[in-house]
Design a protein around this ligand. Structure first.
Ligand SMILES: *[C@@H]1O[C@H](CO)[C@@H](O)[C@H](O)[C@H]1NC(C)=O
Ligand SMILES: *[C@@H]1O[C@H](CO)[C@@H](O)[C@H](O)[C@H]1NC(C)=O
Ligand SMILES: *[C@@H]1O[C@H](CO)[C@@H](O)[C@H](O)[C@H]1NC(C)=O
Ligand SMILES: *[C@@H]1O[C@H](CO)[C@@H](O)[C@H](O)[C@H]1NC(C)=O
Ligand SMILES: *[C@@H]1O[C@H](CO)[C@@H](O)[C@H](O)[C@H]1NC(C)=O
Length: 655
């Protein structure tokens, strides 16, 4: 946008609005906002309804928000996240204003961290006639008395507004009972998605009555399985997604839910349901074979038997999370990777997974295999270069997101393979891969380590730590360029002798985590972290990087919204001074334990980074409380400031 000046616009006055709208569609929302300030035509273009479908506004309940809400009245649709509402008059007038200005336009409403009264909410809900999604997560204040929607006239008003509600989030409500649940869901007859994560649902036995739950009638103290089952039956034709994570659901109760007649689930989240067994997953597969998205992470009893059941039972599976299921081994993963619809697989913290069966499933003789777009192998310490090599080749066409955090046995060879074969990556996480070095990122062979024969000495360039000019960043031809095959230990040896592509090749990256790879230095960071679209970068815990890295990142990665540099002692005010002028979009900055950062850096942030929302300067010995206060008063969006132990003292109170 910086190259666009008045003259260009004057020379092209007739550009039709549709064309400008089309051009603006390539921009991110925040850039579009900037673009709308250029001239009148661009402003009109930026107001096109195409851009407004999905605008979510997030703000605290405060006097200045009232103005904002009035300003939103011109939008055709919008979504709101309003934080920290309470029972006081400011919150009440805010909700009234929302009802008046946005009533028929609001698509989605979330009220996190609030403690509001029934009266305030009832003043609003009947006006929200277009609402599709309502998030009442954790709003205990609404349900504690048990009287919510107890009056028929209120229910009628709410019901006529919420007839079209599709998504209801009731997670983490401690006081939800059969009565309040029924009153509320009685107003929402066409739910598609329901979340009860973290609710106290009485699955088997009512401790208050000493009999099976709901055996007699709806309980005013508890939400019972029987009652939930009734809702699922009543709304069987619409409900497709259910979240029962972090509940104490038992195998028998899961069977009851899975068997609800005519219920066809596409999505089910059971994260952290520790009572579930392999058998209950087998039963689930039998009764709900249309599931596409399944989260059975942190269900600690599950073993590879569940993996097999899922692989055999779910023919349209697209997303599966098995994260933190420590008993899962390689067994069954080959079957899973033969499910051709699978696009996303989370195996993080499945500590026994080494990748061999994944590779086997992807190379299997059947034509069907998963076209994975995202893969997490975080904390799978048995993952080694050989597996990464095969995976990069097999998934090169599809993979967008790869998480190898804490795969401590992965080395530079894997990084070469990633840079060579996974050039469509958008997210790459290599945090704590402590063997990774500059050589890996630069895509070159560490000459000091190989024992070169005459020939390779003649051909291969030699590198010093300065790395000179960069003719070597083009990916060279590698073995197996023709078609994927299983990589052998021999191939790997051969690879060791060759240069790979540098990480520079991943020019679509939007997120990169290189934290706690302590061997990395300025030599690689300044040369390869040049990503115009990068949004999030972590270089925390890199003891050897200096201001040169920070300055380079600022210059080359101007889209950054989040930058983490915790525990980087080599970073000082000089680096901040060089980078901050280019980082206008920065929203989250983490600088804890950076002792060479002083108040001067904070002044630079005030000057250049006025979108800052989060700043962590805890344990920065040379930062003073006065300057933190000043920063707070100057930056309009700053919400979270972490500054424990600054100036060497403990100011552990929060703001
Ligand atoms: C709105 O955004 C969410 C993700 O934030 C996406 O899932 C949804 O499909 C979007 N809706 C529309 C209408 O674009
Ligand atoms: C499924 O829902 C329809 C209404 O959408 C209802 O008529 C039918 O009885 C329900 N089926 C069961 C088994 O409850
Ligand atoms: C990973 O490498 C470390 C050395 O860094 C070694 O001690 C350990 O045994 C290896 N772990 C596996 C699972 O291969
Ligand atoms: C940063 O501070 C450390 C002491 O914490 C000091 O040893 C080091 O020389 C400083 N580095 C720079 C670049 O100022
Ligand atoms: C931090 O403060 C100490 C004294 O408290 C001073 O000696 C040191 O030079 C300061 N460091 C920087 C980078 O300004």
């Amino acid at each position: 946008m910086e190259d666009c000046n008045e003259e260009d616009l004057i020379e092209t006055p007739e550009l039709p609005l549709e064309i400008i709208v089309y051009i603006l569609s390539f921009l991110h929302a925040s850039d579009r906002k900037d673009a709308s300030l250029v001239c009148r035509t661009w402003y009109y273009a930026s107001q096109d309804s195409n851009f407004q479908k999905n605008v979510t506004f997030c703000f605290p309940a405060s006097a200045s928000s009232l103005e904002l809400i009035r300003g939103l009245g011109g939008k055709s649709r919008c979504s709101l996240i309003i934080k920290q509402l309470d029972g006081f008059s400011m919150s009440r007038s805010l909700l009234l204003e929302v009802g008046l200005c946005l009533g028929s336009k609001l698509q989605s409403l979330a009220l996190p961290g609030s403690s509001m009264t029934e009266a305030s909410l009832l003043a609003l809900l009947p006006r929200l006639t277009s609402l599709r999604r309502l998030d009442l997560r954790g709003l205990d204040s609404l349900f504690m008395s048990g009287a919510f929607l107890s009056r028929e006239e209120h229910r009628q008003q709410v019901r006529s507004a919420l007839l079209g509600l599709e998504e209801l989030d009731l997670s983490d409500l401690r006081y939800l009972s059969d009565l309040t649940f029924n009153r509320l869901t009685g107003c929402t007859p066409r739910l598609r998605r329901l979340s009860l994560a973290g609710c106290h649902i009485a699955f088997e036995f009512d401790p208050y009555r000493g009999c099976p739950v709901g055996a007699v009638k709806a309980s005013s103290a508890l939400l019972s399985l029987r009652n939930l089952r009734r809702l699922l039956s009543e709304q069987n034709s619409t409900i497709v997604a259910l979240d029962l994570s972090r509940t104490s659901i038992t195998p028998e109760s899961l069977r009851t839910i899975a068997q609800v007649q005519d219920l066809v689930l596409e999505e089910l989240c059971l994260h952290g349901c520790k009572e579930l067994t392999d058998y209950s997953i087998e039963v689930l597969m039998k009764h709900q074979p249309s599931l596409q998205r399944l989260d059975i992470s942190a269900c600690t009893e599950l073993t590879s038997r569940s993996v097999k059941a899922v692989a055999q039972g779910l023919k349209s599976l697209t997303r599966l999370s098995l994260s933190r299921n420590w008993r899962i081994t390689e067994k069954g993963l080959a079957d899973l990777l033969s499910v051709s619809s699978l696009k996303s697989l989370d195996l993080s913290e499945c500590l026994h997974v080494s990748g061999t069966e994944i590779v086997k499933g992807l190379t299997g003789c059947t034509a069907a295999r998963a076209q994975l777009e995202t893969l997490s192998l975080k904390s799978c310490t048995y993952i080694r270069d050989l597996a990464v090599f095969s995976l990069t080749q097999l998934l090169g066409d599809t993979l967008r997101e790869l998480d190898l955090t804490l795969c401590v046995n992965v080395t530079d060879l894997s990084v070469h393979a990633i840079a060579t074969y996974l050039q469509r990556l958008v997210v790459l996480r290599l945090g704590c891969c402590k063997e990774v070095t500059d050589w890996g990122l630069l895509g070159i062979v560490e000459t000091t380590k190989s024992e070169p024969d005459e020939e390779t000495v003649d051909k291969g360039p030699r590198f010093t730590r300065t790395f000179g000019n960069m003719g070597f960043f083009k990916p060279p031809r590698l073995p197996f360029e023709e078609r994927p095959k299983l990589v052998t230990q021999n191939d790997l040896q051969q690879f060791k002798q060759q240069a790979g592509a540098s990480l520079l090749a991943l020019n679509r990256l939007q997120e990169l985590d290189l934290s706690a790879c302590p061997k990395l230095t300025d030599s690689s960071i300044t040369q390869v972290v040049h990503y115009p679209d990068l949004r999030r970068l972590s270089l925390s815990m890199l003891p050897d990087i200096t201001d040169a890295s920070l300055a380079s990142v600022g210059w080359h990665c101007r889209s950054l919204t989040s930058l983490a540099l915790n525990h980087c002692p080599g970073i000082s005010d000089r680096g901040v001074a060089q980078a901050a002028p280019y980082l206008h979009r920065l929203q989250h900055l983490y600088l804890s334990c950076c002792n060479n950062i002083t108040d001067r850096s904070l002044f630079l942030l005030v000057q250049h980074c006025d979108r800052l929302q989060t700043l962590d300067v805890s344990q920065c010995k040379n930062i003073s409380l006065t300057t933190v206060d000043l920063l707070q008063s100057q930056l309009p969006f700053l919400e979270n400031v972490h500054y424990k132990f600054i100036g060497g003292a403990d100011f552990s109170f929060t703001l």
